[in-house]
Write a protein that binds this ligand. Structure first.
Ligand code: GDP
Ligand code: IMO
Ligand code: MG
Length: 423
């Protein structure tokens, strides 16, 4: 069986958690392949809202295996809190939660290094989530990291001490004001490690290969979004992992020829948290309305998300890089009531109209060229079938499908599991 993918096509927060939860019915295994607790994936059902950071979004389904892949970075302290939150709602899920031995650990000093690095950058800061993501992936590629599998071996604490001591020297080098009490942080960290060790650690690449041979269905769940990819995003204002389709191959050990459907998810508009260029960003009343109606506040950091119109240049780029076979559009309901809806269909780049994403999309180089659509008044949130969609929404969707040369097969009309419409 092929492995299907579901990943974000914009700057994250497209609604991946919600849709993975809805899709889980069709899959035996949900596997996160990259990122860490910088992610905040929101699920809503039975009037309850749940935010997951590291644990895959299939966890609420009893018969589904949820795998944290080798490409993920795990903060045991945050992981422990996630488990405690789940304990209040579900039982027996722990036996379905598997962790790759090759996943790297976020140490307390990685978080401190993230803070020191950001503080030293001043205005040029990335706007990171301060979860230690960058420093942990740096230690991974620098071949210094500590992995989940190390916890089963003797001597990992010596390795930990050497690395933490080095990190402390690095924090001093930044020469910024980062206050901390490492003894306290370590107490919390080592306690959380003991909880992590109660879960099942596996050789996940082998597990997935066997599962595929047995005909099990697998959905790889992405975190962040394609525009935050370390190679293809708006560097340096990106995260430190491969958020695009290739990341599922390296982050799970799935070969490229075993990838099946690639579901790309996007909002009917665009949002971004943190710093970096955002060509269609709005600073007017329209932006404020989207932010308010869409409740655009970060699920992990609580920061307000910057809002803007849909950017088809960036979206086409993401679709190409990921080989997207099906699109999922979320939050169309947020646009109800707008008289006019705008979509960026070209960039004015240094005085010339272009239709691809150039190297530099800073505002001094790029201004968006918009195509306008008549909006719709109808509330979409109670709709159950695409036949109920207003004419203007259909026109919007059909235009996007034509421009993007990819079918929009699912339209989400609200945060709840049930507010999901197949086309
Ligand atoms: P993720 O990181 O991609 O999983 O997305 P987040 O959970 O960070 O952010 C998406 C937010 O939008 C969450 O609060 C979801 O509950 C909510 N959401 C998802 N789909 C829809 C939708 O179609 N309409 C509305 N109004 N909210 C949605
Ligand atoms: P989900 O999975 C939105 C952003 C941060 C910052 C940049 C680098 O919920 O869509 P990092 O902490 O990774 O070093 O931060 O990336 N960022 C996200 N933005 N959604 C996310 O995840 C994000 N994860 C990281 O705001 O701009
Ligand atoms: Mg999110």
């Amino acid at each position: 069986m092929a492995v299907d993918l579901l990943l974000g096509l914009q700057w994250g927060d497209e609604g991946k958690g919600k849709i993975v939860d809805v899709f889980t019915e069709k899959y035996d295994i949900i596997a996160r392949f990259q990122g860490g607790p910088n992610a905040g994936h929101t699920l809503e059902f039975d009037g309850q809202k749940h935010v997951l950071h590291t644990i895959p979004s299939g966890i609420f389904h009893k018969n589904t295996i949820n795998l944290v892949g080798n490409g993920v970075v795990i903060d045991p302290v945050i992981f422990k809190k996630e488990l405690e939150n789940l304990d209040a709602y579900i039982t027996h899920y722990r036996s379905n939660l598997l962790i790759s031995r090759k996943a790297h650990l976020i140490l307390p000093t990685h978080r401190l290094l993230d803070a020191a690095s950001e503080a030293s950058k001043g205005k040029a800061k990335i706007g990171s989530t301060l979860k230690g993501i960058g420093p942990t992936y740096m230690d991974k590629t620098g071949r210094n990291g500590i992995r989940v599998g190390d916890l089963e071996l003797d001597g990992w604490k010596d390795k930990y001490r050497a690395l933490a001591d080095k990190h402390e020297a690095m924090i001093k080098f930044y020469n910024v004001d980062v206050q901390y009490n490492l003894a306290e942080l370590e107490e919390e960290f080592f306690a959380a490690i003991e909880v992590l060790k109660t879960l099942k650690f596996i050789d996940s690449e082998h597990y997935l290969q066997v599962a595929q041979k047995e005909g099990k269905t697998v959905l790889a769940e992405g975190a962040q979004g394609s525009m935050l990819d370390i190679d293809f995003g708006t560097y340096p204002f990106v995260t430190s992992s491969t958020t695009t389709a290739a990341g599922a191959c390296t982050g799970l050990g799935v070969s490229p020829n075993k990838i099946g459907d690639a579901f790309g998810i996007f909002k009917a508009y665009t949002t971004r948290v943190g710093s970096g260029p955002f060509p269609t960003e709005l600073f007017d009343e329209d932006g404020k309305t989207i932010s308010r109606v869409g409740n655009e506040v970060g699920a992990t950091t609580g920061r307000p998300r910057r809002c803007g119109w849909l950017d088809l240049i960036a979206l086409k780029y993401a679709i190409e890089i990921n080989g997207i076979t099906h699109l999922i559009m979320t939050k169309g309901d947020v646009l109800s009531g707008f008289k006019t809806i705008k979509v960026c269909t070209a960039y004015n780049y240094k005085g010339k109209e272009i239709h691809h994403l150039p190297f530099n999309i800073e505002p001094e180089n790029v201004t968006p060229v918009f195509t306008e659509f008549k909006g719709w008044k109808e509330d979409l949130t109670k709709m159950k079938d695409a036949s109920q969609f207003p004419k203007e929404l259909n026109e919007y969707i059909e235009f996007l499908e034509k421009e993007l040369e990819t079918p929009i097969s699912v339209v989400s009309v609200g945060p709840d599991r049930n507010q999901t419409i197949n086309r």
